[in-house]
Design a binder for this molecule. Structure first.
Ligand code: SF4
Ligand code: SF4
Ligand code: SF4
Length: 454
């Protein structure tokens, strides 16, 4: 007998099966707020951590993606809030002030958090420009173990954040505090160093393993400095999403590439550049492709009612009552409680997402006219059940039988309309009296998921 497990035909059949599953899938892998955030911060996780009083964990979540949260908490135009699903009901969740709350509490503590750095890679990176793009790139590159030197013509780092943002909006002490953390990571700053006059790009590429051009647009007008780098009408030309220029090892981002008009975009660029350089320095490779992201699109049916289950119906707290315009602890918890938790609880471990990535499966291939309704069953204190994400594998049905549940779970209906549910319309709490955690762990998708802050 000859068995093929990975031939082109087998892979094609698997892709077909995956796309059929995805065509009827109802749920978002990542929440709309996170998808739209240029820094891709895990907003719903931060919110759950704030609700649970886990402020140190919330700070870690923020700092995985944003090196300057207290700064951005004061000046960001918050595109995430424009994409927040809660807007469809009343007003968005105050994501920006929540992030600021977490960051301010840390900065005011006796020892603000300084992330750990990976072991020294032995590689050196030069960063031209100390604005939000340069600072962000330096923060993430240093965390990845690379030696980083930031050059800037001005006496103090911060670029437009320091020399353009009004003091009443962004107190310089806040900027200084967050830059101090980047310094503590081990990033070196060479200030009063006009890069165009001090070094040619060739000097830098000879001395460093990679170079980041984050100078903003003005300095780029000195063409002598960046001779050899391809430029267009708007700025340095880079490969989309990778930020690599035409010269190997030279990357560019922020206003040097295109006027961004949004500091959070520059911060996001800095992180993407650091990821690309990390892969380049490791083995000349490229950064991983964007992950598959199931999207349920516009709300329909009674979707909003389902999302509102468990969310506070209180109105949006616009500005905090605290002296400086931030949220107090009580306000932060109250605002966080308004979140609809639009993300999937199994976003990192879901096998459907994993295989969709591996096989390049598309959700829209077999798209029907109207998608099914979103449902969220929150009757159990340990788990939630979202039937639109169930792939009918039957694992939970088997487990509840094995565990001797009186009710358990069962297949209901026939053909395409088959669903997994509790017999006799009883509640999930009564159905899963002892097997809830085992079912959630076995479920290959986020259909049955443990509650808690993940
Ligand atoms: S179950 Fe998987 S594919 Fe579906 S939304 Fe959750 S993570 Fe995404
Ligand atoms: S309701 Fe919460 S999870 Fe949903 S988009 Fe808004 S902040 Fe994000
Ligand atoms: S284990 Fe998850 S995917 Fe499988 S039948 Fe149960 S709920 Fe559906």
């Amino acid at each position: 007998m000859h068995i093929e497990t990975n031939s082109a035909k087998v892979r094609e059949a698997r892709t077909y099966a995956l796309e059929l599953l995805l065509s009827e899938h109802v749920g978002d892998c990542e929440a709309p707020c996170r998808v739209i955030c240029p820094a891709s911060m895990n907003i719903p996780l931060m919110i759950r951590q704030i609700m649970g009083g886990q402020l140190s964990e919330a700070l870690l979540t923020v700092k995985e993606h944003i090196p300057l949260p207290a700064v951005l908490g004061r000046i960001c135009s918050a595109p995430c809030e424009k994409g927040c699903r809660r807007r469809k009901f009343d007003d968005p969740v105050g994501i920006c002030l929540l992030k600021r709350h977490v960051a301010d509490i840390d900065l005011a503590s006796a020892s603000p958090y300084v992330p750990a750095c990976r072991a020294a890679s032995g590689k050196k990176v030069a960063i031209a420009g100390s604005g939000p793009t340069g600072l962000s790139a330096a923060y993430f590159l240093r965390r990845n173990g690379h030696e980083c030197t930031v050059f800037d013509k001005m006496p103090e780092p911060g670029g437009a954040l320091r020399y353009e943002a009004p003091e009443e909006t962004l107190p310089r002490s806040v900027l200084d505090d967050e830059i101090e953390i980047i310094r503590k990571l081990g990033v070196r700053f060479e200030m009063n160093t006009p890069i165009c006059e001090s070094f040619s790009l060739t000097d830098l590429t000879a001395k460093f393993d990679a170079v980041v051009i984050a100078t903003g647009r003005m300095e780029l007008q000195n063409e002598n400095w960046c001779a050899g780098v391809a430029t267009g009408a708007r700025g340095v030309e880079v490969e989309k999403g990778v930020f690599a220029t035409n010269l190997a090892g030279v990357y560019a981002g922020g206003d040097a590439v295109i006027p961004l008009r949004m500091a959070v975009r520059s911060v996001g660029n800095g992180r993407s550049i650091a990821t690309a350089i990390d892969c380049f320095l490791a083995n000349g490779g490229r950064p991983p492709a964007k992950r598959f992201n199931s999207r349920m699109g516009k709300l329909a049916h009674n979707d909003m009612d389902e999302f509102l289950k468990g969310a506070a119906l209180s109105p949006h707290l616009i500005a905090g009552a605290a002296d400086d315009g931030g949220y107090s602890v009580q306000e932060a918890v109250a605002e966080a409680a308004r979140c609809l938790h639009c993300d999937c609880r199994d976003v990192e471990s879901c096998k459907l997402r994993l295989y969709a990535d591996e096989y390049g499966a598309k959700q829209a291939t077999f798209k029907g006219e109207e998608r099914g309704a979103f449902r969220r069953i929150c009757e159990h204190e340990d788990i939630i059940y979202e039937p639109g994400k169930c792939i009918k594998c039957g694992l939970c049905v088997r487990i509840t039988a094995e565990e001797g549940e009186a009710l358990g779970l069962a297949f209901q209906g026939r053909g395409f309309s088959t669903q997994v549910g509790v017999p006799f319309g009883d509640s999930l709490a009564d159905a899963l009296t002892k097997s809830a955690a085992r079912c959630a762990e076995a479920c290959p998708t986020g259909a049955l998921a443990l509650l808690g802050t993940k």
